[in-house]
Design a protein around this ligand. Structure first.
Ligand SMILES: Nc1nc2c(ncn2[C@@H]2O[C@H](COP(=O)(O)OP(=O)(O)OP(=O)(O)O)[C@@H](O)[C@H]2O)c(=O)[nH]1
Length: 783
């Protein structure tokens, strides 16, 4: 309630009809009228010019309206409409002093200031004081007659008018008691009311429907001032509690809340000036709408510049803020409750609607900060999830269990943050942010899972590669009939080990059965691929291997000793054996046989290649190729799938041809070596030389036979030669070739002779025995 112990006044509307908005706002601010809500009253005084209206108001309410100086004669003092607060009256009462009427008839023209101000007073005031001279009562030419007519006419222009109290203040009352005057006055009023032209709807409406008529009389201020003051003091009492039921301003239907007073007055005056009809209920709603909106906007504006809010918003930009919901709720509550207080007296529906708008706008305004905060919570929860998961995995926790625990704890953390950020004014939904967090967590978990599984897969593939690659290569080195069976066995064993270890390793991931099966199958396929890849690699080197195999078998005997071609060996058989071994190697390399199906390939290859069909085909008749099992690019006949083929039949033929061509030289070499050996070991001269020697040496031979001494000498030479032959191992020296034998013998000849002579000399000189000749002889034969 406004409490002000002095009068404050201002001109509300000037003589030209201009509304003094600034003045009124100042008046409202100074008198704190806004705080009154609905607890205020407005009264207006109308009456002829210089009828003592200002004087009466000033005495009644201690206002300071301008009064005419009594010594300067009667002339118009008040121009337009003035307002002032009534000092010491409870409730707060606004008094309006209207420009005095000049007592002339105005006809039906509503645009005169007199009518406009009368209409304004009736629309705004709860109590209208009609100031009139006592001597005008019952007079036909009364000064207030046009005024009343105006009042009644304009009242018709107010839709759904409120019931206004018309307080007739009879001035300069005579000795005639008021009880006698009042019926005459009522009669005068009724006559005027009847004479006023009314709209059809109000044709029979009685005056009492619109007005609450009261009459009071005052003694002359000029002549009986003391009495006047005394009566004024009594009259003043009637204005206390005027808004209570039964009070002077008892009808409160059309009252506008004090917060809307300024706007309401401005709007009413604007409508009056535009000469439009005033719909007071609609006006009331309009005032409520505008004022509630203004107040709501003001609250929103204050919210946007609130220091606490700005600090909170800034803090949210940087990171999570604890107690966000509590702090924001308190800030919002300040403005929402402020709005409620200021708009309390306005139309309920309008007020609520505007409150909802204020809430909605305010929440929209602060919502980005809330989302920002949730973003921080989401980010933090995700980061915590990542670090917690890493920690758990580092200490060896199971993957699925780690994911579950980390997810639970970070979601709990998010929920706590979310609960902390919630405000009581709104039920903000964080489900989308939460869903996003879940998606992020799942995506991260999935990526970590993929990385971990990839690591495992790579390590097991590496392990499989190591355990298969070299052993398979080694098996191909010694390729034979059981090679593929051994490879299959190796593959099965190593795959089994890897699969069981891998299954155990991925069990903590708790993957679904189909994924696990697929991964295991991939690992098995990988192992198989390693073998297949190795087989293809080896197949590319098959010709070299075949040649190696050939030369290994061809050049070594059964004891793996290098073969010496002495002429006794059966080169044909050895060649066949070597080729068989090579063909056997080729048959191993022809196709991948991991499925364990028995293959007929070896038989086909042997029958086709070893029996010389290939050579025959190439040289005899091209038409034979149609029956050649190797004249094909696939091994369909022996049920080998195309993807298992390493070397096609045609390639086999070509390889075999190449192989034979390239190994033929080795065979030729062996045959040559054998021939050379034979030749080098045949030391007897040719038969023709023997015959020539016999014919030509017949005389010398006969000479030797005739002389025994020659024969003896010949025998000694023979013995010496034999000793030399044995001692020097002449056949052995010639085994490495003729030239090498000659060089070796020539280098050893002299030392051997010397050695022999030295030993003979030693025997003859140093060791005298009983039977020296026999011993010498045995030495020679021993040598
Ligand atoms: N006879 C008589 N004169 C009065 C009375 N009260 C005031 N006056 C005189 O009437 C003259 C006009 O007084 P105001 O109070 O200025 O009258 P007003 O009606 O406000 O005048 P306007 O605002 O110009 O219309 C002054 O000289 C007063 O002394 C009264 O009760 N009786």
């Amino acid at each position: 309630m406004a409490e002000i112990d002095h009068c404050c006044s201002t001109q509300l509307i000037d003589g030209e009809g201009e509304f003094n908005v600034v003045g009124l706002d100042n008046f409202i601010r100074t008198t704190k009228l806004t705080n009154c809500g609905l607890s205020y009253a407005v009264l207006a005084i109308m009456g002829p010019q210089s009828s003592g209206k200002s004087t009466l108001l000033n005495h009644l309410f201690q206002t300071n309206f301008r009064e005419m100086d009594a010594f300067r004669g009667r002339s118009q003092t008040t121009k337009g409409i003035w307002i002032a607060n009534c000092v010491g009256i409870d409730p707060f009462t606004v008094a309006m002093d209207l420009e005095g009427t000049d007592g002339r008839e105005r006809g039906e023209d509503d645009t005169t200031f007199e009518k406009q101000s009368a209409l304004f007073a009736l629309a705004i005031a709860d109590i209208v004081l009609i100031n009139m001279w006592c001597h005008d009562i019952g007079r036909e030419q009364a000064a207030n007659k046009p005024l009343l007519k105006t009042v009644f006419q304009v009242m018709m222009r107010l839709f759904s008018p409120r019931k206004t109290t018309l307080l007739f203040v009879v001035r300069d009352k005579t000795k005639t008691p008021l009880e006698y005057l009042e019926p005459i006055l009522s009669e005068d009023i009724q006559k005027i009311w009847n004479a006023v032209s009314k709209p059809e709807s109000h044709k029979d409406t009685p005056l009492s429907e619109f007005f609450n008529v009261e009459v009071t009389a005052l003694s002359s201020f000029e002549e009986k001032e003391d009495l006047f003051k005394e009566q004024v003091a009594q009259l003043r009492q009637r204005f206390f509690n005027s808004i209570s039921p039964g009070g002077l301003a008892g009808d409160r239907q059309g009252v506008v809340p004090a917060a809307g007073f300024s706007f309401s007055a401005q709007q009413i005056w604007r409508v009056i000036k535009e000469n439009k009809d005033l719909d007071l209920p609609a006006h009331k709603v309009m005032v409520a709408t505008v004022r509630c909106e203004e107040i709501a906007n003001e609250k929103l504006h204050h919210l946007s510049s609130n220091e606490d809010w700005l600090a909170l918003e800034e803090a949210v930009q940087c990171g999570p803020v604890s107690g966000f919901g509590r702090r924001l709720s308190s800030i919002l509550e300040t403005y929402f409750s402020g709005y409620d207080i200021e708009t309390f007296y306005f139309d309920h529906g309008v007020r609520n609607a505007k409150r909802k708008q204020l809430e909605s706008k305010s929440l929209d305004f602060v919502h980005p900060a809330y989302l920002n905060l949730l973003g921080h919570f989401r980010f933090k929860a995700l980061e915590d999830f990542k670090s917690r998961l890493e920690q758990m995995l580092n200490i060896g926790e199971g993957f699925a269990a780690s994911i579950c625990t980390s997810t639970e704890s970070c979601m709990l953390e998010f929920d706590q943050g979310y609960a902390d950020a919630a405000i009581k004014q709104a039920n903000w939904d964080a489900s989308k942010v939460k869903e996003k967090l879940c998606r992020d967590i799942n995506a991260h978990a999935l990526s970590v899972q993929d990385a971990k599984l990839s690591e495992l897969v790579v390590s097991y593939e590496k392990q499989l590669g190591q355990s298969l690659s070299e052993p398979v290569e080694s098996l191909f080195d010694n390729a034979g009939r059981d090679t593929w069976a051994s490879i299959r066995k190796l593959l099965t064993r190593e795959t089994g080990i890897a699969v069981s270890e891998f299954s155990a390793a991925i069990s903590s991931f708790e993957l679904d059965q189909s994924t696990v099966e697929k991964m295991l199958q991939d690992l098995k396929d990988y192992a198989r691929n390693v073998v297949e890849k190795k087989a293809r690699e080896e197949a590319g080197k098959v010709l070299i291997r075949m040649k190696d195999r050939f030369s290994a078998v061809f050049s070594h005997d059964n004891d793996s000793m290098p073969r010496v071609w002495t002429g006794k060996e059966d080169i044909k058989t050895i060649t066949k054996g070597a080729r068989t071994a090579s063909l056997s190697l080729l048959s191993v390399m022809v196709a991948i046989r991991l499925d364990g199906k028995p293959g007929e390939i070896e038989n086909i290859l042997f029958s086709s290649l070893m029996e010389g069909t290939v050579t025959a085909v190439s040289s005899v008749d091209r038409s034979i190729t149609t029956s050649d099992p190797l004249a094909s690019s696939s091994w369909e006949e022996v049920m080998v799938s195309p993807k298992s083929i390493l070397i096609t039949p045609v390639q086999c033929k070509s390889l075999w041809r190449q192989f034979k061509a390239e190994t033929e030289y080795t065979v030729t070499q062996a045959i040559s070596a054998q021939e050379a050996y034979k030749q080098s070991n045949n030391w007897l001269p040719p038969p023709w030389a023997i015959v020539a020697m016999v014919v030509l040496g017949f005389n010398e031979f006969m000479l030797l036979l005739r002389n025994p001494l020659y024969l003896m000498g010949l025998f000694v030479v023979y013995l010496l030669s034999k000793v030399m032959w044995v001692q020097m191992d002449i056949p052995g020296q010639f085994q490495h070739g003729t030239l090498a034998g000659q060089i070796s013998i020539s280098s050893r000849f002299l030392p051997t002779i010397m050695n022999l002579l030295r030993r003979l000399a030693e025997e003859a000189q140093g060791h005298q025995t009983d039977e020296p000749p026999r011993q010498q002889c045995s030495l020679v034969f021993q040598s």
